[in-house]
Design a protein around this ligand. Structure first.
Ligand code: SAH
Length: 255
């Protein structure tokens, strides 16, 4: 059996209770060494075989899974954040299905949630503010992995929704330019969150236009999220759900 587990964004106590239990029971752990906090490996039981997928190919990862299955072992495949976001789990799952190897997935706290928590004292706690934006766009710049044309930064920027950009901290000047070309004004609030929930976490706030200078000043080149949108600003409407004049399934409005 193979368990895909989301490790969370960094802080070791942000793994789920289920993920923690599975890690403690595993005979084999294959972890994404580039971003998973190695402290999580101290949960492994004695004799557990530990592999770092950062130095492995898909074929090497699946070979370890196949060997584990042959020996009737339990394997945990530990992915950073939540495995459904840039986790490359689909190709592993399809292979497991072809081989008839059972698997399941335990979600994790994605870094975009860790990033919002990190900005909670700086106005960034909620992506979905009433009358500001009710949509979160999770995307990336094209790098060695291409992005479909219809999802170019310019096209997505035209929505002026709340945006979180992954895997792009090395391309911030181009990102800033394209965000503005697409529709955000240069003065739209923006933030860079470096290593959210890790001890070395940095939160940097400014505007879309200031992003390149802020990234250079703080030396941000990797492991960061770029967050953009008016949700980082100060203007919004309070929620209907908690409005005394609004009836919900659970509560009558005041007369
Ligand atoms: N599955 C992961 C994302 C993996 S892609 C998740 O759900 O978060 C790797 C990218 O995620 C990095 O380039 C960076 O943009 C972002 N990232 C991962 N952990 C981060 C963290 N703690 N703080 C800021 N960005 C992070």
């Amino acid at each position: 059996m193979v368990h895909f587990v989301g490790a969370g964004p960094g802080a070791p106590d942000l793994i789920t209770v289920r993920g923690q239990k599975l890690l403690g029971e595993a005979d084999v752990i294959i972890y994404a060494g580039s971003l998973v906090n190695p402290q999580l490996l101290s949960l492994a039981k004695e004799g557990c075989a530990v592999y770092n997928s950062a130095v492995m190919t898909l074929e090497e990862v699946t070979a370890v899974m196949a060997q584990g299955e042959k020996e009737n072992k339990t394997t945990v495949r530990l992915h950073t954040g939540d495995p459904s976001i840039y986790g490359a789990i689909r190709e592993q799952i399809d292979w497991l299905e072809q081989q008839g190897i059972p698997f399941d997935v335990t979600p994790g706290v994605s870094s975009f949630c860790g990033g919002a928590a990190a900005l909670s004292h700086l106005g960034g706690a909620e992506y979905t503010l009433p009358e500001v934006s009710q949509t979160v766009i999770i995307t990336r710049m094209a790098g060695r992995t291409p992005v479909p044309q219809e999802e170019s930064i310019e096209k997505l920027a035209a929505h002026k929704a709340s945006m979180v950009v992954f895997l792009s901290s090395g391309m911030i000047p181009e990102l800033s330019r394209r965000l503005m070309a697409g529709g955000y004004s240069g003065s739209t609030p923006a933030a860079i969150v470096y290593k959210a929930t890790w001890p070395e976490e940095k939160t940097i706030v400014g505007t879309v236009e200031q992003l390149p200078a802020l990234a250079a000043e703080h030396n941000i080149t990797k492991t960061a999220l770029i967050m953009v949108g008016d949700y980082l600003g100060g203007i919004y409407e309070r929620s209907k759900l908690y409005d005394p004049n609004f009836t919900t399934e659970y509560r009558q409005a005041a007369k």
